[in-house]
Design a protein around this ligand. Structure first.
Ligand SMILES: Cc1ncc(COP(=O)(O)O)c(C=O)c1O
Length: 231
């Protein structure tokens, strides 16, 4: 073993030991200790280079160490880091302008995590359904979600997660979720009755050691599901 490899093994063992004593063990990790990144490459404590196909599970699209990103972060760190949502600052509306332009959607809702984005979407769907249940009609409240999916760790996102072993330890969860077999448009149509407020996005991602995979709906299934939702 080279000296660099030995020192990485020691550093990794120290971090793993510290985490095992100090953190709640909610994540399985791969046994690699990253120290820096550049462009689309990551470098571990040994200096070994990895081509990064994970990109923070799809949320780190700008790569690592881009000069423009570093410059903006440094400049802003010198001015102002955080002021809460109680006040205005120059950038939220500007970012929302760019996001709505790219996405074609009307408005933005900023959250700190994917699971909060899912919570926000579920709440929005229920609120919309309540507002539009005309003349005392029964509100739509059910959410159709996919089997074997993952949507996050907060209660409603967890309730929508179609993997029993994630849900079971925390039951009872938020009611109203109904699971549809992935890629099964007939099952979706059967369950898409008048009580349904929303369906979750059919693309499913999951990444943990020994279980790294992303599923996409089969050809035609996504558009057929969209047509069913639009009706
Ligand atoms: C498909 C999917 N949805 C939602 C989430 C939750 O995102 P976050 O971990 O940022 O709360 C994840 C996270 O792995 C995910 O893979």
């Amino acid at each position: 073993m080279t000296q660099a490899a030995a020192s990485m093994t020691t550093a990794l063992a120290a971090v793993r030991h510290a985490e095992s004593e100090l953190l709640l063990s909610t994540y399985e990790r791969y046994p690699v200790l990253f120290r820096r990144g550049r462009g689309c490459y990551l470098y571990d404590a040994e200096g070994k280079r990895y081509l990064d196909f994970v990109s923070g599970i799809g949320v780190n699209a700008l790569g690592y160490g881009h000069p423009a990103v570093r410059k903006a972060l440094k400049q802003q760190a010198d001015r102002l880091i955080h002021i809460s949502n109680l006040f205005y600052h120059d950038y939220q509306a500007e970012l929302a302008r760019r996001l709505t332009k790219i996405s074609g959607l009307d408005r933005a809702f900023f959250t700190n995590s994917g699971t909060e984005a899912v919570e926000g979407a579920l709440k929005l769907a229920r609120a919309y359904a309540h507002m539009h249940s005309a003349n005392g009609g029964r509100p739509r409240w059910r959410v159709l979600t996919m089997s074997d999916s993952f949507h996050g760790r907060t209660f409603a996102a967890l309730a929508a997660t179609g993997t029993k072993k994630y849900r079971a330890p925390f039951e009872p969860l938020v009611p109203g979720m109904r699971f549809v077999r992935f890629n099964d448009v007939r099952d979706l149509e059967r369950k898409f009755d008048a009580s349904v407020a929303a369906r979750t996005h059919p693309g499913r991602g999951r990444s943990s050691p020994g279980n790294a995979r992303i599923h996409q709906p089969g050809a035609g299934a996504h558009s057929q599901a969209q047509r069913t939702a639009d009706r």
